[in-house]
Design a protein around this ligand. Structure first.
Ligand code: NAD
Length: 303
């Protein structure tokens, strides 16, 4: 019987599915089981979330390991190079939070357009500030999506329902996805110049680090709003602070930060900034989907 080590906890239902597929499941108890290097022998698959690190030492200590499944998005806790060298497949579940993140983008766009967070703050201070909070509609506005992958695509689909014009920019061919969503493919400069809302959905790479900086803010409309639910560091925070203070743009919404939690809170405290603590994927459904997809990948992978 193939053996699966659950090094970090996953949903009960996912564990039940793995067992029902005829696999033996062992739940690791960190306090009693000693270092994972000592426990990994004899297992065909190991499942981790973010707590357990699958280092080169763990991989070298394994004798039967064929599959590492990371229940979640990043792979920072798995030594992928060592796994590749040993012919061990590595899987994760980046599809799980896609819809949750896409919905969060709209929560942020509406919050900015209608000053929801600012209005609520005034109300709690017993201030009835109706006059200074006139908003704008999303209807017929242009949404520029930077990074047209899983999340960017879901954002575009939802924007159609609001009758928004969608511009999309990516470094790979997105013709088919544009056709499906009615989005218009464009270059970065045109997108920055003509969008009312700009939403970032790129990974953090050397090429995307600080990709929205002083020059990019200078191209944007004074009435533009920017939303970052991708990774902190894609937007240069110093440049954003300057753009907000100098009213170069109308507002920003950030779910992700260069340091989490931030070391400096000045940006977060800007009145025209909506901030959330990396919440975009924190939904009940996304969590459940992590479990489902993890079970799928374990069962498929060990077939
Ligand atoms: P994805 O890989 O499906 O899409 C990313 C897209 O960005 C790809 O199409 C890629 O070609 C494009 N891209 C890469 N470099 C680019 C560049 N220099 N310019 C333009 N486009 C570029 O990823 P996804 O699942 O859509 O996730 C997008 C981002 O959202 C990632 O950074 C991910 O880490 C982040 N994310 C955040 C949360 C959260 O909780 N806030 C949750 C999930 C994912």
């Amino acid at each position: 019987m193939r053996r699966v080590l659950l090094a970090d906890p996953i949903e009960e239902s996912a564990m039940a599915r793995i067992k029902a597929a005829g696999l033996e499941v062992v739940v690791r108890n960190k306090d009693k089981d000693g270092p994972i290097e000592a426990q990994i022998k004899g297992f065909d698959c190991v499942v981790v979330r973010s707590a357990t690190k699958i280092t080169r030492e763990v991989i070298e200590a394994a004798d039967k390991l064929k599959l590492i499944v990371r229940a979640g998005v990043g792979l920072d806790n798995v030594d992928k190079v060592a796994a590749d060298e040993h012919g061990i497949e590595v899987q994760n579940t980046p599809e799980a939070p896609t819809v949750s993140v896409a919905e969060m983008v709209f929560a942020m766009m509406f919050a900015m357009a209608r000053s929801v967070t600012q209005a609520d703050k005034y109300m709690k201070e017993e201030r009835w500030e109706k006059k200074i909070l006139t908003g704008t509609e999303l209807w017929k506005k242009t949404l520029g999506i930077i990074g047209f992958g899983r999340i960017g695509y879901e954002v575009a689909k939802r924007a159609r329902a609001l009758d928004m014009e969608v511009l999309a920019y990516d470094v790979v061919n997105i013709d088919e996805l544009c056709k499906k969503t009615g989005a218009k493919k464009t270059d970065l400069k045109s997108l920055l110049k003509s969008s009312d809302y700009i939403s970032l959905h790129v990974p953090l790479l050397p090429q995307t680090k600080g990709m929205i900086g002083l020059d990019e803010f200078a191209l944007m409309k004074k009435t533009a709003f920017i939303i970052n639910t991708s990774r902190g560091g894609v937007v240069d925070e110093k440049a954003l602070l300057k753009a907000l203070k100098e009213e170069q743009i109308a507002g920003a919404a950030l779910d992700v930060f260069e340091n989490e939690p931030p070391l400096e809170w000045e940006l977060v405290k800007q009145p025209r900034l909506v901030a959330t603590p990396h919440l975009a994927s924190s939904t009940k459904e996304a969590q459940e989907r992590v479990g489902e997809l993890t079970a799928d990948k374990v069962i498929e992978g060990l077939k």
